[in-house]
Design a protein around this ligand. Structure first.
Ligand code: TXA
Ligand code: MG
Length: 314
């Protein structure tokens, strides 16, 4: 059910949940300071209560409602990357409800880069929102994806297709070195350049599980089996969905064979939509051409992370 900005505002004020557009993926939002409303997010998604949520703000001033630790690192990152796909994990104020942070001493905050959602938050104050998919499903990058997962039970503020298509970078700024808990399109190099601080990536499973609870759960999974492949010589099996990036020449994509011509930005933007399409076509497998090793590329590391999770190999 698509609703207007005013209707969304009324629902948030009434303690209801609303799906909102961002530049990364759609979020399922509630007033961050209304525990009863936040509870509805967990119920709708079927999300484990020990997986904390991100709080979305529309201006840096709102940070002071959430965290006591406003320092130069936070200010310089906010100035450089907000609004945008960078989430900062900071110590929380006692006023932030435990249900938002899964009772952790920290809160994750970002300012999304979408005019409609920024306008909404200007009126409501901070909104907490996970991705607006049922737990374990691919994140939604279009209003229609949210409707597929929730039918008419969730009201949607339609802001068009998400520009980036992969979730934000999650960065822990509570200690030095800074630590990336989830890669996104703001990369370690970009963060290092702005802060002058060392940035490390939480790669090992244990630290991942300890420091970013969400990364422990199954994520981003279509029904079809996801597998990496070398450039496939044969793409003729209609039961397989192929995602191929290495073709340089223009080639028409088919229903189940998608060519990206080296455009990794487009690949990231449409990945979750392709996962969903493969399932609608009833494909048994999704074969994805291995990505080039390019750790400093703005989307390749995040793309590799999400595909590897869907493939079950990390
Ligand atoms: O791009 C995005 O980040 C999207 C849009 C809607 O903003 N949101 C999103 O939310 O991806 P979600 O809930 O699907 O993922 C949030 C991630 C989870 O892995 C969660 O564990 C982690 O952020 N997180 C949240 N609060 C945290 C905290 N205090 N400490 C460590 N990790 C935290
Ligand atoms: Mg999610």
């Amino acid at each position: 059910m698509i609703i207007s900005l005013n209707e969304a505002l009324a629902k948030i004020h009434a303690g209801e949940i609303v799906a909102i557009p961002t530049e990364t993926v759609y979020g399922l939002a509630a007033d961050a300071f209304h525990p009863g409303a936040v509870q509805k997010i967990f119920e709708a998604k079927g999300r484990p209560s020990d997986n904390p949520l991100i709080v979305h703000i529309s201006s840096e001033d709102q940070l002071s409602q959430l965290t006591p630790s406003l320092n130069d690192i936070v200010h310089s990152l906010a100035k450089a990357f907000w609004p945008g796909p960078l989430t900062l994990v900071m110590f929380k104020k006692a006023e932030v409800p435990d249900i938002v942070t899964a009772a952790l001493p920290t809160v994750a905050v970002r300012m999304p880069d979408h005019p409609v959602t920024l306008e909404l938050i200007r009126h409501t104050g901070p909104l907490t929102a996970p991705s607006a998919n049922r737990s374990g499903k691919p994140s939604p990058t279009r209003a229609s994806h949210v409707a597929e997962d929730f039918g008419d039970t969730v009201a949607i503020l339609d802001g068009g297709e998400c520009e980036i298509g992969l979730e934000s970078t999650v960065l822990d700024v509570t200690s030095i070195p800074l630590r990336i808990l989830r890669p996104g399109s703001v990369t370690a190099e970009m963060i290092q350049e702005i802060t002058g601080k060392e940035v490390i990536r939480s790669d090992r499973k244990e630290s991942y599980a300890q420091r970013s609870p969400g990364t422990r759960y199954t994520h981003y999974k279509p029904k079809a089996i996801v597998r990496w492949t070398p450039p496939p010589a044969d793409v003729s099996d209609p039961n397989i969905y192929y995602l191929i990036h290495s073709n340089q020449e223009e080639r028409a994509s088919f229903e189940n064979v998608i060519y990206f011509q080296g455009d990794f930005t487009e690949f990231a933007k449409t990945l979750y939509d392709h996962f969903r399409t493969a399932d609608k076509l009833g494909c048994r497998e999704i074969l994805i051409e291995q990505l080039p090793p390019d750790p400093t590329h703005p989307v390749i590391p995040a793309l590799r992370d999400r595909i590897s999770k869907a493939a079950g190999d990390s």
